[in-house]
Structure formats: structure tokens, C-alpha cells
Ligand binder design. Sequence first.
Ligand code: SF4
Length: 206
Amino acid sequence: MELTRRDFLKLSGAGLGVGALTTLGIKLPALASTDGLRIAKAIETTGVCSFCAVGCSTIVSVLEEGGHPKVVNIEGNPDSAINFGTLCSKGVATIQKSYIDGKLNPERVTKPMYRAPGSSSWQEISWSEAIDKIAKKVKETRDANWIAEDDILGADGNPTGQKVPALRTEAIGAVGSAELSNEGAYLYQKLMRSLGVVYIEHHARL
Ligand code: SF4
């Protein structure tokens, strides 16, 4: 829009007039309005950011949409003594794991994917097929690389001929996940230890 000098003076006069009335304590009705907040009717629950081991607390707002719950907002929880309402850039983007611009994230992997040796593409497989494959690989690898006992070394660093039970495999590594709950992480650790796995890490430390 092009403003003539006369238009500009009129607008400036109106602005000054409004400013003067406000200064005199005369309240004018607010003319501007915004759309309703998308979280106005949402159910709020607390959550924990799943990206790293800091464990910042979040407030998750969920709306019912087409009979299904839909997360519409995730923000920092001001009542948390860990993050006092703040979230880092990863935490702020947590919602994008599920939704981008209000639509389901098409990149989200929801089914087990398998890439055969030598293949450059992934194929979808069933959960039972995936679990069978993993169990078979774990057993093969563990059996082939089982360390039943270790030598006890003498002060000179040479084996004394005495042995000590080792019961471990060094051929399997385990990477846990911040996506697991406390209980899930505990069970994961138990499972790995019971298999004799000693290289147990967590993705937030990598
Ligand atoms: S990724 Fe960021 S927001 Fe999430 S727990 Fe870690 S520090 Fe907190």
C-alpha cells in the first residue's frame, strides 16, 4: 500500500491520539484477537524427555482426534527441579518424533526393518521374525565366543596355571536407550548381564 503524505499525517495523528487517551487512563476496547490456543482443550500429563540421560521433565498435551489420542504440544515442566521448565533444542523438538506440522512423521519407523547381508535396501519384517533372527544371532555369537575362565596371573604378569571363572562374551555389545523407562533399562541390563555381555553402553553417552 502506498501512503501519501496526508495519509501518513492522519495515521500519525490517530496513533498519537490513542497514546494520549491511554496516558490519561481512558481504556479503549482491544480490537486485536488471536485464534484459540491448540492446547486449550488438551489433557496435560507429565513426561520425561527421552533424548538424553539428563531426564528433563516435560508437559505433554494430548487431544482426542478421530477417536485417537494425538500429542499436540510438548514443553518444559516448570515444576521440575531438573530443568525448571527449560528444554534444549533436542527436547523442544521431541514432538517431531511423532508429528511434523500436525501430521504423522512419515520418517518414523514403526515396524522392524531388516537389511540382508550385502543388500543396500531395507525390508519390513514381522516382530516374531525379527526376534527369532536376533535370538539366533545372539546364541551363535555367544557360543562361538564364550570365555569360561581366565588365567590368574602372577606378580611377573605370567599365568600361574590357576584359573578363575569368567563366564562372559566380548563379542556382543549392547547399546541401551533413553527411550526405555527405568524399569525397561533395569531389565535390559539384567538380560545382558545374564548373557555374559560386558560391553554395555547407553546411546546418550555415545
Ligand atoms: S535432550 Fe535436552 S531436553 Fe532432553 S533430557 Fe537431555 S538436556 Fe533435557
